[in-house]
Design a protein around this ligand. Structure first.
Ligand code: BES
Ligand code: MN
Ligand code: MN
Length: 461
């Protein structure tokens, strides 16, 4: 029995994950490329131990892909599991209560049965490893109901830049009936949720230049446009008083969510009060006419992610900097196109530069938005699996995060994805003290085999 196998091996599953969390596989940090590689090799080893065949660490122009499969019968359906073994940089280190790559288990109010604190605990090593262990449990107990393929990448957190070429090259190797991804979340541990949409992303860096060198702010102040003042004003003008984004054409292709979906969002067990309390804010903020849940899922946004320039050292230095910079993300919804939005941003941002200021807009990686169907076999299989393990039917809700490969897999391979994630928004992914509940880790391992069973069963009919 799968469940008996899980029960008998659950402590080892956790120990193995803790070992993987010690490897600092930060894809953005080129000095850690060796660690990323070490992580890929360690994961490949784990896949082999779990019973996967044809396990390979396949090179790309960047960090390698880890592949493995188990084809029990070519006539049976195939589930392609996607995940990522790379993690976000741990900075700022001083805000961690324990070192990011020395996992510890602690209880919290939300996780009374304990949570693993480490970079990647939830995003995505912990969630990806649930897939590996669920596979092991099905395989070793002789209850694997269909074929499985794994494709685990090492560049998700830096935009999956080499994945599309890889998928095109290995199209035949990656044929499958459905893609299964555990890299999203649920509303809370007693409100199971299935993510039915992800936002797209356009990410730009701007450089604003005034005079050709830093200037004495007394001698030159009043005589020239200050790039930092200018940048602040330009950024401030990107939203109007109703929280709408002012870039011409930005909303042109936005597909309004159907009324039915808005009703579903409105009826989700969400508390504005609890949301504010958890973040220690008095009020939420954003686009007029939409609720907080709507603004963070079905609506596009624009946010400054970083801003710098001038003197930030100790004390006061009287200077007008020559340059100012910012990094800006725009989260997109169907049917906004990331390249089009980047172009619209660039055109607009250049046009609002005051006299005496030049602007350079540099695009970074982007990604397409995606919605996944709720009237599909895979949705039903996932929903019934969660209903069984949580004792409650999950709610379909779109997430505000981005997993650009979902749209790409559909475009290139023609395969749809089911997002069966178990994280919580409060797990602090990408932030200091990232953690993942033991409840969530084990709930995932328990739910995934039921998904497989349901899916194989439903596919027969
Ligand atoms: N797993 C996250 C995305 C996510 C988290 C979706 C929670 C839904 C719920 C993923 O690893 C991620 O961080 N994606 C990036 C985009 C990527 C292009 C760097 C993001 O959303 O910022
Ligand atoms: Mn992720
Ligand atoms: Mn992430």
């Amino acid at each position: 029995m799968v469940n008996t196998y899980i029960q008998e091996n659950k402590d080892r599953f956790l120990k193995e994950l803790l070992e993987l969390l010690k490897i600092p596989s930060v894809s953005a940090d080129s000095t850690l490329a060796g660690e990323v590689r070490r992580m890929a090799d360690a994961l490949a080893e784990k896949l082999k131990e779990a019973g996967a065949e044809n396990v390979q660490v396949l090179p790309t122009k960047g960090h390698p892909m880890v592949y493995g499969d188990k084809i029990i019968d070519p006539k049976l359906p195939t589930v392609l599991v996607y995940g990522h073994y790379d993690v976000q940089p741990p900075d700022p280190l001083e805000l961690w209560d324990s070192p990011p790559f020395e996992p510890v288990i602690k209880t919290t109010d939300i996780h009374p049965e304990g949570a693993i604190f480490a970079r990647g605990a939830c995003d995505d090593k912990g969630q990806m490893y649930m897939q590996v262990k669920a596979f092991e449990a099905m395989n070793k107990s002789g209850e694997l109901p269909c074929n499985v393929k794994f494709i685990i990448e090492g560049e998700e957190e830096v935009g999956s830049e080499n994945l599309e070429d890889f998928v095109i090259k290995y199209q035949d190797k990656l044929t499958a009936d459905v893609i299964l991804v555990s890299d999203t979340g649920i509303m809370s541990n007693d409100v199971p949720t299935i993510t039915t949409g992800l936002r797209g992303l356009s990410y730009v860096e701007v450089e604003v230049t005034g005079p050709n060198r830093d200037l004495h702010s007394g001698l030159y102040g009043g005589g020239v446009a200050n790039p930092i003042n200018a940048l602040a004003k330009m950024i401030a003008s990107l939203h109007d008083e109703n929280g709408h984004i002012t870039i011409p054409g930005f909303y042109d292709k936005v597909q309004e969510a159907p009324e039915k979906e808005r009703q579903l969002i409105a009826s989700a067990p969400y508390s504005e009060e609890a949301y504010c309390k958890a973040l220690n804010i008095k009020e939420t903020f954003g686009e007029k006419g939409y609720s907080t849940l709507e603004r963070t899922s079905i609506r596009p946004t624009l946010d400054v992610n970083g801003i710098w320039g001038g003197y930030i050292g100790e004390g006061a230095k009287t200077v007008i900097a020559s340059k100012a910079h910012a990094k800006i993300s725009m989260r997109l919804v169907p049917n906004q196109d990331p390249d089009e939005i980047t172009a619209l941003f660039k055109k607009h941002f250049e046009s609002i530069a005051p006299a005496g200021i030049t602007v350079v807009v540099k695009p970074h990686h982007g990604g397409e938005p995606a919605v996944t169907p709720v009237d599909s076999i895979e949705y039903e299989a996932a929903s019934k699996a969660m209903e069984k393990t949580f004792g409650k039917k999950p709610i379909p809700l779109r997430s505000g995060g981005s997993i650009p490969i979902v749209a790409m897999f559909e475009r290139v391979l023609g395969i749809k994805t089911v997002l069966l994630g178990f994280g919580l928004d409060s797990d602090a992914i990408h932030s200091p003290n990232e953690h993942y509940g033991l409840f969530n880790f084990y709930k995932g391992i328990e739910t995934i085999p039921i998904f497989f069973r349901n899916y194989a069963e439903l596919k027969k009919n």
